[in-house]
Design a protein around this ligand. Structure first.
Ligand code: ADP
Ligand code: ADP
Length: 226
């Protein structure tokens, strides 16, 4: 079964710029998948469309058999998104931030409290649950974004450049946490412009450049050809 399949996806922004030129992509359920490409290649645009934040100009997106156009809510409930920029209210506590997200999915209160605890513990933030988020370190803020994205137990977690601008130690600890989440059965897609990051983590990879997929293969096969 595919967690994500994309067919002939195009995006032309309002200023006339064509950011996606007809993308095809398949990600199997359970995979740890990298979407690799330089800045400006179209990674965020692709993720934006998959997460319903950006409207496609053409093409089809299917998330666990749900058509994004026809079954948007079901499709959205299957995915958790970790954006590049910290975008939570930094005056709230980690607990509030994750609980609010559960509320956004309409989760009953007891379930929301239970899931919040699980996700904060999984991201090693339980001790910090009542601190003001503004005071958390950069690495903790990233992990809080992951905890928030997982509160509704999505089957597919998408991370946009999760380790951009964090130092090597934090990067390694985030890698381990993402691998553990994947081992527990969640499909993970991450975008990155570091081949090293993709190589360390991912089983399959697509390379995007100028809005086109230029490679789509397993990691071992790609590394042999490089
Ligand atoms: P859409 O075509 O999806 O409606 P718009 O073209 O209206 O999107 O742009 C959405 C937002 O992105 C605007 O606020 C715009 O300022 C911003 N934006 C414009 N150009 C860029 C760019 N090159 N990179 C990132 N954001 C941009
Ligand atoms: P990446 O995530 O790979 O760095 P993006 O998807 O952010 O790439 O951007 C792809 C291209 O689309 C870039 O050239 C970017 O400047 C352009 N772009 C992104 N958002 C907008 C927008 N809202 N309006 C116009 N151009 C945009």
């Amino acid at each position: 079964m595919n967690a994500l399949s994309i067919r002939n996806l195009t995006k032309i922004y309002n200023n006339g710029f064509q950011a996606l030129q007809g993308i095809d992509l398949d990600v199997q359920a359970g995979d740890f998948f990298a979407l690799l490409g330089p800045n400006g290649a179209g990674k965020s645009t692709t993720i934006g469309i998959v997460s319903s934040l950006v409207t496609a100009s053409g093409g089809d997106v299917t998330i666990f058999d749900y058509d994004l156009k026809k079954q948007r809510n079901q499709a959205k409930n299957c995915i958790g998104i970790v954006p590049q920029e910290v975008n939570f209210n930094q005056f709230e506590t980690p607990r509030q931030i994750v609980l609010n997200q559960a509320g956004y999915y309409g989760m009953p209160r007891q379930e929301a409290i239970r899931r919040t605890e699980i996700c904060l513990k999984q991201m090693d933030l339980w001790d910090k649950r009542n601190d003001v988020s503004r005071r958390l370190s950069g690495g903790m803020k990233r992990r809080l974004m992951i905890a928030r994205a997982m509160v509704h137990a999505p089957k597919l977690l998408i991370l946009d450049e999760p380790t951009a601008g964090v130092d090597i130690e934090i990067r390694r600890s985030m890698w381990e946490m993402m691998q553990e989440v994947n081992r527990q059965g969640t499909t993970i897609i991450l975008t990155t412009h570091y081949l090293e990051e993709a190589e360390s983590l991912c089983r399959n990879i697509a390379i995007i450049n100028h809005g086109r997929i230029v490679e789509h293969s397993d990691m071992a096969g790609l590394l042999e050809r490089l």
